[in-house]
Design a protein around this ligand. Sequence first.
Ligand code: SAM
Ligand code: SF4
Length: 325
Amino acid sequence: MLLDNHGRQTTYLRLAVTDRCNLRCRYCMPEEGIEFAKRQELLTFEEIIFLCEVLSDLGVNKVRLTGGEPLSRKSLPQLVKSLGNIFPKMAMTTNGILLPPVLDELVGYGLNHYNLSLDTLREDRFFEITRRDDFAGTKRALDELLAKGIKTKINVVVLKGTNDDELGDFVALTQENKVDIRFIEAMPFNDDDGNHHLYLSHQEMLGRIQERFPNIERFSDEANSSSVAYRVPGFKGQVGIIPAFSRSLCGSCNRLRLTPKGTMLNCLYSTKGLELLPLLRSGIGREDLADLITEFVKGKHKTGHDTQRLEQQGSVFASMTSIGG
Ligand code: SAM
Ligand code: SF4
């Protein structure tokens, strides 16, 4: 069992399979991209599977594939098939553009929860935010997920002055659709002032939503949820706010992260991690690996604020695309 020194059990792996992406969202990546990992620097599927088997033995029961854009990793369905034999619960965070052709296959392997990133319902704004002209691609994925009745959440990073006038429109989508909207506080990455001028807090978002839906009410959170749940009475879907920057939900965190290059991280705000790639390539055995990970997780800080204060000295990850969100 993976227990940290603050009594939390780790049961959920967020697995970033690539740092490459077909979009360039302003809050996530610089326009020119980042120095992407070279092929030999990426964990291979065999290495990922070995590691996941060890994590499963240690009590991890859920994996989320993320990135970069996870679907831009070559042959991803093969990996999903193997992970489906290891973890009872599988989910993916994706911009959806490459999803429709492989959706049925992925669902067949047990990947049946999707978080689709869509920050605007307006085509012109999609380009402004993502620097790519493919609103239709993400919208196609959303329509297909909903038509097939697959569990779907829409992730909306709320950006002051850019899409904060659309909060009500997103909430309105939950009236007739069984879809959950999750508004995310922008985190500081790759911007002159670390996205701070774009930042809108949880409470500010709630205020904006209440202007249009004054009867929105607090709802019970799923266990270990990273979002605070709300709903408009009578609507089919829910609304969540993810306090990614204010970090008010660290007390129930059950997550562990793995970067494409094989760095294990205890927190989204970590900059130091356990470098697993050299260990895996030097043939470390299952028991030794399990012992190392167990020790590593024990050292997880109590909150993301502590992690930032105690770990971040100077350099931070260049982009969310290297961590997976
Ligand atoms: N490409 C996939 C996607 O966009 O869904 C998966 C990777 S992306 C890094 C994972 C999540 O992190 C997305 O929902 C994205 O909107 C969010 N994200 C990226 N940069 C962020 C930032 N600076 N602040 C808050 N959320 C961010
Ligand atoms: Fe790509 Fe996702 Fe980052 Fe947007 S948020 S640039 S889709 S990795």
